[in-house]
Design a protein around this ligand. Structure first.
Ligand code: DOR
Ligand code: ZN
Length: 335
């Protein structure tokens, strides 16, 4: 069996910088494009920094045609700043992190009320806002608590293109259905695992990410929405590479590295559920329709020939352990 995808997109990707970028960029090159996260150290805050980062990504991609949809780290902006961002061809959206909520987000927003004048302008200008939606409450309740913020924003700014990034709960899906202006991304791991897989037995650091994987009923709801072709639910891997020594240690960094196996694993998952024809919408068409994107029409064919996931990806002095390291996946990319 085969599935041919046109312009698969990863709507939430961490490529990092420097040697890690050089290792990970080519491992995402089967996608036609991706939304690139700005949480570098220091974060990508200005159009100049954004353009320079986009150039470093192009260099690291080594010629693969790849539409990088660049994001700026959100802080309150003047209209002139928003217009300058919008005039930057590589710019796609702002990414808002509550201060200190995850990796390299210390410079994020401390008080949502400060964002409102900027969000009003973004709504008028048609600039999308992508949000890491977690509160600072009890770790399993953080997303559920943040839903009230999303609700307030959707009510106050009904035309703002607002993306709930990497949703992990059935409650977030309900909110998505309530407000047609909202969209959401979901990761591969949150379609496949629950908290039991992370911490129910021996701790599995390579499955530890923020937000944490939740309950079986949450995973089931997310999977049903993805397989059922929810028109405002997009694939966003949140593939977040960290060096092996920062994962296999005391104080494990949050992030699951899935980029190189995401498409084969998604194909396996959708085919196993008899939903192969829905994959195109999930990995490309839904996002293109919502944002008005026109990615290069690159085609990728997936086939049910098994692939062995390497135990480790190595290069440029970096080592990263992927999800499903050393395991066999039933599908692969046809080269
Ligand atoms: O697990 C995560 N890792 N969640 C995030 O929000 C950030 C990401 C990272 O940058 O490592
Ligand atoms: Zn992320």
């Amino acid at each position: 069996m085969e599935i041919t995808l046109t312009a698969p997109l990863d709507m939430h990707l961490h490529l990092r910088d420097g040697d890690m970028l050089r290792l990970t960029a080519p491992l995402s090159a089967d996608f036609a494009g991706a939304v690139i996260m700005p949480n570098l150290v220091p974060p990508v805050r200005t159009p100049e920094q954004l353009r320079a980062y986009a150039e470093r990504i192009d260099d690291a991609m080594d010629g693969a045609p790849f539409m990088r949809l660049m994001t700026l780290f959100f802080a309150p902006q003047s209209e002139a700043q928003l217009l300058a961002a919008q005039a930057t061809p590589e710019f796609f959206a702002y990414k808002l992190y509550p201060a200190g909520i995850t990796t390299n987000s210390e410079g994020g927003l401390a008080d949502m009320a400060q964002a409102e004048p900027t969000l009003r302008l973004m709504e008028e200008l048609g600039i999308p806002l992508l949000v890491h939606g977690e509160s600072h409450g009890f770790v399993l309740d953080r997303e559920a608590e943040f839903l009230t913020v999303y609700r307030t924003l959707a009510e106050r700014f009904p035309r703002l293109k607002l993306c709930m990034e990497h949703i992990t709960t059935a409650a977030a899906l309900q909110l998505l259905d309530e407000y047609p202006s909202l969209c959401a991304t979901v990761t591969l791991q949150h379609l496949l695992i629950t908290l039991d897989d992370v911490a129910g037995g021996a701790l599995r650091p390579h499955l530890f990410c923020k937000p944490l994987a939740k309950r079986p009923e949450d995973r089931e709801a997310l999977l049903a929405a993805a397989l059922g072709g929810h028109p405002r639910l997009f694939f966003g891997s949140d593939s977040a590479p960290h060096p092996r020594h920062k994962k296999e240690c005391c104080g494990c960094a949050a992030g699951v590295f899935t980029a190189p196996l995401a498409l084969p694993k998604l194909a396996e998952l959708f085919a196993a559920h008899g939903a192969a024809e829905r994959l195109q919408g999930f990995v490309s068409d839904n996002a293109c329709r919502y944002y008005g994107l026109q990615p290069p029409p690159r085609r990728v064919t997936l086939c049910d020939t098994p692939m062995q996931v390497p135990p480790l990806y190595r290069g440029y002095g970096q080592s990263v352990v992927p999800m499903a390291a050393g395991e066999c996946i039933g599908w692969s990319i046809k080269r």
